[in-house]
Structure formats: structure tokens, C-alpha cells
Design a protein around this ligand. Structure first.
Ligand code: SF4
Length: 495
């Protein structure tokens, strides 16, 4: 699509706003402008008392032009005022052309609870916060209430974060097969899975160096998260090797949570769960995504509903303290009735956590190559599915405790984690709300360094592909040195 900007408007913000109405849009400067092109022209001018934004939107033979004047108000920066003016103009134009209202208004970021956190710190009441969210961000009142509840819950948990702590992320980017909607770099063919043993040798070195640096900097490790990919694609022997290396570096006195993803039910065995439990893992996630076999097949999950129940019971019987599960609303070919049935059956199992995602397709996903139109502005029955999951979880005694959003999500909905009281996943909150540093080992792992007052964040990424990661020289190879140096430099200034 074509996006034209005049005036001081952040281009990324403008693109994200456009994607509310043009999901999956690609913003090309080279694309030729034709009669059929989707076009948005935005302009912003400063006036004596505020700013005036104009949005002209053209799509499918329809054109809408909307203007919004925002006066400067006490407590709102000029940038924020401009964002509101532009956002509201785009919203009004999109609503006229497409006859739909995005549930999250002009709130476009990945971490909506971060916007609310300062309001909670200022001890604003829930009603006041909801009011701001509806007035300045144009949230649907239902979403404003959800976000307020989550931010308040998070604030209580964040308050208890140990001083000078950090979290650790260990990346195992291998999976038994590739889901069609996946955009992660995760190796899944037989040839690539044969790299696992070499990968383990490399990552053990990485783990030692990473923990060594964490100790040097005087940080304690509060949570460890082994993610992927699917870490349980490793054999029991390989898991033993990995977990032994991690635990020899851990101080049980400071560790609050130890998670290992077991996302794909087809990788879960009693032997692996026994190994995982024996090394002190406190939380595993077993994710069906849906309990509809036809949908599972269509998204390339290579496991059945029956496999999920078997894997879930195996995880439960192992005695691992907390079990997480994930469901995705809005999957292709999923109806409201089959999704709500999945929700009911999952809640009946009483997992400690359940995260309800909304289907989101990223550019690298296989499913896009099939030519199927997976993007959806309104999401059809997905809104009803999302509502159902949230109401049913609440009625079953679960409370929402973390939230994130992504671009190109069906219907512009959200992803929300629910937990039984006291069973909240700390890593999810620490990572999502950028509470403290998360140090990553392994291919694709991103180290995110967060200053003590949480105002400065610096990222450092490991090579994305396992081949590249393996290719970096052994022992104190450059990449590990770079991460260590980044940590040292950041610590000198901000920790
Ligand atoms: S299990 Fe997860 S990481 Fe692996 S292919 Fe499927 S979506 Fe991607």
C-alpha cells in the first residue's frame, strides 16, 4: 500500500495505525500508484493551541477524509498530543470505509500494560485508569477494564521482584516439525535435527560464560526459561546434558522459577518429564493450541487432541509443580463452537496457567505461501471466541495477569495469560514488562539489559540461525565476548 506523510509524524506509528485497517500491508516506496492501490495520506500541522491531523484513506473505490484537532492539555506531551490527533483521524477514516472499530483504539504497542503501569504507580483508581484509556487511546471499555485489571495485578507481583536480579533465557531452536503459522527460526528437518548434539556442546560453553558474567556483575538469577522451538524435542539424554549444565550454574537460594517449554505434545514422554523434574524445573507448558483435530492438521501440528491429553497427564503425573497450556483463537477453519469447546475442556483440566492467544501471522510463516488469505480486519467469530475464553477463565477462578499484542493479529485482538491465584508465571511478567534484565544464551536468544530505574533498555542478539551460531568459533568466540562486553558496558553505567 502507499502511505504518504506530511509533517512531524512518526513513520512506524503511522504504518502500525494503517495496519489496523490493512492487515498484512506492505509499505512500498517503489510500488506504482494505480486506481486499485490502497492509499493513506497523513498530514499534521501545529496550530496556536495544539495540532491538527488529517487522514485521507482510499480503498476499494471508497475515499474518506477525516480531520482531528487536539488541543495541548496539561499532562500530555506534544508528541502524545500529535499521536492522538493522527490516531483519531486514521480511526475515523478507517471506520467510515470499513465499518469496523478496532477494539484497542489507537493503542498500537506490544506491551499495553506498560502504558498503564505509571497510572497504577500514581495510585489512580481503576475507574480513573479506564477513563484515560477510553478517552486518550479510544479503547473499547471492555479492553480498558481488562488492561486495568492486568496492570494492577502485575504491579503487585513486580513490587516483590528481588533487588539486583535478572532472568535467563536458553534457546533451543529445534522442533519436531514446522507449524504452518510459525515465524520463528526453528530447525525441524531430520538433517537439521541431527545438529542438536553439536548445538548442545556449543550452548554449554555459552551457558557457562553467561552465568559467569552474571555473577561478575553481582546479579542474582530469579527465573530461568528454556524456550524454543521445542526444548523437549531433545532426548532424555540430551535434556540431562543441558539441564545439568544450567543447574550447576544456578543458586537455588535466589531462583524463584524454572520453566521448560514442552510445547509440542508429540515430544512429551514420562522419561523426559522425570529428567526435567529431577533438575528442579518448576513449570512446563504443554500446548494444544486447539482441541480440534481437523484444525490441528491444517496448521501442521502433527499431533492429535488425544496426544495432548496424554502429554498433559504425563506432565501432571511427573509432579512438576505448574503446568501451562496455550490456546489460539481465530485459527484458520476454527469456528466459535469448536474454540469454545477447547476452552471448556482445557479449563476442566485445571492447568495452573492458560494463555489465550489470538492468531497472528508473521511474514516468514509457511501459511502465507499457500496463498490463503489469513489476515482479517474484523476477525469474524474471533472476537466472540476471545470474549468467551476470558469470561470462561474468570468464571473458572482464573485471573488475567499478563498481556501482549502483535501486529497483524486477526481482528486486532490480544494475547492474555490467566493463572490460578499464586501460580502466575513470573518470567512472563518480567519479560513482558521489562522489569529487569533478561540474559539469553543460544541461537536467536536476545539479551535485553534493563537499567535499575527501567528507563534505559539495550538489546543484544545472538546469531539467529543455529548454523550461524554453530559457525561462530568455539570457546571464547567473538559473539560471546560481544555479549559479555555489552553487559559490562551497560552495568558500568546503569546497574
Ligand atoms: S512448535 Fe512453536 S516454534 Fe515449533 S514450529 Fe510450531 S509454532 Fe514454531
Amino acid at each position: 500500500m502507499k502511505l504518504y506523510i506530511e509533517g512531524d509524524i512518526n513513520e512506524y506509528y503511522a504504518q502500525t495505525l494503517c495496519m489496523l485497517f490493512f492487515p498484512g500491508a506492505k509499505f512500498s516506496h517503489d510500488e506504482e500508484l494505480t486506481e486499485k492501490s490502497d492509499v493513506v495520506r497523513l498530514s499534521l500541522i501545529e496550530t496556536d493551541n495544539g495540532v491538527t491531523a488529517t487522514a485521507e484513506m482510499r480503498s476499494g473505490g471508497k475515499t474518506a477524509i477525516k480531520e482531528r484537532h487536539e488541543e495541548y492539555r496539561e499532562g500530555l506531551t506534544k508528541t502524545r498530543t500529535a499521536k492522538i490527533a493522527v490516531g483519531v483521524a486514521v480511526l475515523a477514516a478507517g471506520e467510515e470505509i470499513f465499518n469496523c472499530t478496532p477494539p484497542w483504539g489507537i493503542m498500537t504497542g506490544v506491551r499495553p500494560a506498560k502504558i498503564v503501569a505509571p497510572m497504577v504507580r500514581e495510585q489512580m483508581s481503576s475507574a480513573e485508569i479506564r477513563n484515560v484509556l477510553c478517552r486518550d487511546y479510544f479503547l473499547n471499555p471492555k479492553k480498558a477494564a481488562l488492561l486495568t485489571e492486568i496492570a494492577k495485578k502485575e504491579a503487585k507481583i513486580i513490587k516483590k521482584t528481588p533487588q539486583n536480579s535478572c532472568s535467563v533465557y536458553i534457546s533451543i531452536p529445534f522442533c519436531p516439525s514446522r507449524c504452518t503459522y510459525c515465524s520463528f527460526v526453528s530447525y525441524s528437518t531430520k538433517r537439521l535435527l541431527s545438529l542438536i548434539d553439536d548445538y548442545l556442546v556449543k550452548i554449554q560453553n555459552d551457558i557457562d560464560l553467561m552465568f559467569g558474567k552474571i555473577k561478575d556483575l553481582g546479579l542474582s538469577v530469579a527465573t530461568v526459561y528454556i524456550g524454543g522451538g521445542t526444548p523437549t524435542v531433545l532426548s532424555a539424554r540430551q535434556l540431562t546434558q543441558l539441564l545439568a549444565k544450567i543447574t550447576e550454574n544456578l543458586d537455588p537460594a535466589t531462583l524463584l522459577e524454572f520453566t521448560c517449554e514442552a510445547g509440542r505434545p508429540d515430544t512429551v514422554t514420562a522419561e523426559k518429564m522425570k529428567v526435567i523434574k529431577s533438575y528442579g524445573v518448576t513449570r512446563v507448558s504443554v500446548n494444544p493450541q486447539t482441541l480440534n483435530d481437523m484444525v490441528l492438521e491444517s496448521i501442521g501440528r502433527k499431533h492429535t487432541t488425544e496426544d495432548f491429553f496424554r502429554a498433559y497427564n504425563t506432565a501432571r503425573e511427573s509432579g512438576i509443580k505448574y503446568i501451562n497450556t496455550d490456546l489460539i483463537a481465530g485459527l484458520p477453519e476454527e469456528s466459535f463452537s469448536s474454540f469454545s469447546d477447547s476452552v471448556d475442556r482445557i479449563l476442566k483440566l485445571r492447568p495452573d496457567n492458560v494463555t489465550f492467544h489470538t492468531f497472528c501471522v508473521k511474514k516468514a510463516a509457511e501459511i502465507l505461501k499457500s496463498g490463503s488469505n489469513v489476515y482479517s480486519r474484523t476477525g469474524g467469530e474471533t472476537g466472540k471466541s476471545v470474549d468467551y475464553s476470558q469470561i470462561a477463565a474468570g468464571l473458572a477462578g482464573y485471573k488475567p495477569y499478563y498481556i501482549y499484542r502483535q501486529k497483524n493479529t486477526v481482528g486486532n485482538f490480544e494475547n492474555v495469560g490467566y493463572a490460578l491465584e499464586g501460580a502466575e508465571g513470573l518470567y512472563n511478567i518480567y519479560m513482558m514488562e521489562e522489569v529487569h534484565s533478561v540474559i539469553g544464551a543460544g541461537a536467536g536468544a536476545v539479551t535485553k539489559l534493563v537499567s535499575k530505574d527501567r528507563s534505559v533498555i539495550k538489546r543484544f542478539a545472538m546469531p539467529k540461525y543455529p548454523y550461524e551460531y554453530l559457525g561462530s568459533k568455539d570457546s571464547r568466540s567473538e559473539i560471546f565476548r560481544d555479549r559479555d562486553a555489552a553487559m559490562e558496558e551497560f552495568a558500568r553505567e546503569y546497574l
